[in-house]
Design a protein around this ligand. Structure first.
Ligand code: ADP
Length: 301
């Protein structure tokens, strides 16, 4: 097969591993910089141009779209879908997952376990908003944040009110969430590919840090999932419509709670923690799923 990885940087671990795994399995793999793709979006025969030439016909693409380039990146993925190219994650699903609020609403609609979460646009009823999620301690999150930036733990209602007011004063969109203390500064990252959890790791925040992000000094280790955790991760991927994603779960006294679903999960942490060849499993899934013309939306979303 001819596979393209849409990535801004061929040197990134995940990109390199996917190229390696694809080539090992006998495929031709190109890395295409998403932001350098351009296209005539009104042409009756859709194509994507790159470096002055139309790109060849790929059987499959693996979009690795950074949060900051979601808007343009998903337009490029949509163009590939219109050409009948299989994308492991479709553009609509990527856009959906990038909106934290929309993702939580969709998962809540399907009855999946989530931390109690509130959202408001105006600072006038903050007290009620806080009461609704159970009061302090609460976690306040910037909707546009990634890698733990803009995720704040407020220990008292007074602190929470000040932080919310400050964020709202800056016109930042935030959500307010019950703090799951019993998770102990740890979360579980489940990698779901093709409706199955193919690898999972526990991430533990550094000493004195409630955020477990590896970028913030967290450490990863192997974890055994309960059947309920496995089911939760698979259900979350299904609701979001993602064939490949990282589902982050908090272990609470009321069972697994989904924190986030990530459509471009990094491979380094999880391959290192589990010793599994995750990249190869992703390529194998593409081999099973990619036959020209079988994208669900064909760019319709
Ligand atoms: P980001 O997308 O920026 O990584 P997250 O929502 O995943 O933001 O939060 C970062 C980290 O903070 C999580 O990995 C988790 O360890 C911790 N965390 C987030 N929300 C909660 C919560 N409601 N209760 C306890 N810990 C939380």
């Amino acid at each position: 097969m001819k596979i393209a990885i849409l990535s801004r940087n061929p040197r990134l671990y995940s990109t390199r591993r996917l190229v390696e795994a694809g080539e090992k399995r006998g495929h031709e793999v190109d890395v295409i910089d998403t932001m350098h793709c351009y296209m005539d979006i009104t042409s009756s025969s859709p194509s994507v141009r790159y470096n002055g030439e139309p790109l060849p016909k790929y059987d499959a693409i693996i979009p690795r779209i950074g949060a900051s380039v979601t808007f343009y990146g998903t337009a490029v993925v949509r163009q590939f879908e219109m050409m009948g190219t299989y994308s492991i994650n479709e553009s609509v699903a990527i856009s959906r997952s990038r909106d934290k609020l929309r993702s939580l609403q969709l998962m809540s609609r399907k009855g999946l376990g989530l931390p109690k979460t509130g959202f408001a646009n105006r600072p006038d009823k903050i007290g009620d908003l806080l009461k609704n999620v159970g009061g302090a301690p609460v976690v306040i999150k910037l909707l546009e944040g990634t890698q733990g930036i803009g995720v704040v733990l407020a220990e008292t209602n007074k602190t929470a009110e000040s932080i919310i007011e400050a964020f709202m004063g800056l016109d930042a969109n935030i959500l307010v969430q019950e703090y799951i203390e019993e998770a102990g500064g740890a979360d579980i990252r489940c990698l779901v590919v093709g409706g199955k959890v193919i690898a999972a790791m526990k991430r533990q925040g550094a000493e004195g840090e409630f955020r477990s992000n590896l970028h913030r000094g967290g450490t990863a280790s192997l974890v055994k999932l309960t059947p309920e955790e496995r089911r939760t991760a698979v259900d979350a991927a299904k609701v979001m419509g993602l064939n490949m994603c990282g589902v982050d779960i908090l272990r609470s006294n009321n069972g697994p709670l989904i924190m986030e679903v990530n459509s471009s999960p990094g491979l380094e942490g999880i391959e290192t923690a589990t010793g599994k060849d995750v990249a190869e499993m992703i390529i194998q899934h593409i081999e099973k799923s990619a036959s020209t013309g079988n994208t669900k939306t064909k760019g319709k979303g």
